[in-house]
Design a protein around this ligand. Structure first.
Ligand SMILES: CC(C)(COP(=O)(O)OP(=O)(O)OC[C@H]1O[C@@H](n2cnc3c(N)ncnc32)[C@H](O)[C@@H]1OP(=O)(O)O)[C@@H](O)C(=O)NCCC(=O)NCCS
Length: 194
């Protein structure tokens, strides 16, 4: 089993596993059309759908096998303001995929960048990933800008590669390698637990 030593602390944030007590905070952003607008397959959630989602995320506290998702709640004095996830896509190639969703009330302050940096830092510095990639709809400008801010390069634009709400959509692919990652910049977490 691989997991960060929780909580991960950054200058402004605490990152820790999701719990069912986070339901109100998570529902507050999962219910919003503007949050799910560019997310594949995502519709604004009902409270019951959020409860199912939070219960699933609560089990995603570690990587136990290839394919697992590590999900952390991003916490401030205002509660859970977003989530960051890292999916273990390949054991052999030491590759993971990054994802993030934040409440719009807390966007525009660099908090998503700060949280994602901490998670990437664990992935590269503690776990030993080789490569992390992220994907987004070509019109999801905040997501693309966030990945660029993290130092990820745009490696592809897959033209009309998937159906999004019934229409062909272009998907952007961003990635960063371990040797490109500035080590140990943001967090005060300890080592990895196996
Ligand atoms: C993607 C998402 C997390 C980005 O949020 P964000 O607020 O733009 O990202 P950050 O918190 O890193 O803030 C960055 C913004 O704050 C500004 N900022 C202010 N202070 C900052 C600081 N100290 N450090 C970095 N940026 C700062 C930046 O300039 C940037 O604004 P800009 O893009 O207009 O230049 C958010 O839009 C979201 O949750 N979207 C909905 C879900 C979604 O689509 N997820 C991705 C699916 S692929």
């Amino acid at each position: 089993m691989f997991q960060p030593t929780y909580p991960i602390r950054t200058a402004r944030l605490t990152l820790r596993p999701v719990t069912i007590d986070d339901l109100d905070d998570v529902y507050a952003f999962q219910r919003r059309p503007d949050v799910v607008r560019w997310m594949l397959g995502a519709e604004p959630r009902t409270r019951e759908q959020s409860r199912v989602s939070v219960l699933a995320m609560a089990g995603e506290d570690a990587w136990r096998a290839e394919g697992d998702c590590l999900t952390v709640a991003v916490v401030t004095d205002a509660g859970v303001i977003g989530i960051v996830e890292l999916v273990w896509r390949s054991r052999l190639e030491r590759t993971a995929e990054l994802g993030f969703v934040f409440h719009p009330d807390h966007c525009g302050r660099g908090l998503a960048t700060e949280a994602a940096t901490a998670v990437l830092d664990w992935g590269f510095t503690e776990f030993g990933l080789h490569r992390v990639y992220g994907r987004c709809h070509c019109r999801n400008t905040p997501s693309a800008r966030l990945m660029a801010r993290l130092g990820m390069r745009q490696e592809a634009r897959h033209v009309e590669s998937y159906l999004f709400k019934g229409e062909w959509a272009d998907q952007l692919v961003f990635a960063i390698l371990a040797r490109e990652w500035p080590a140990g910049t943001s967090t005060s977490h300890g080592g990895m637990r196996r």
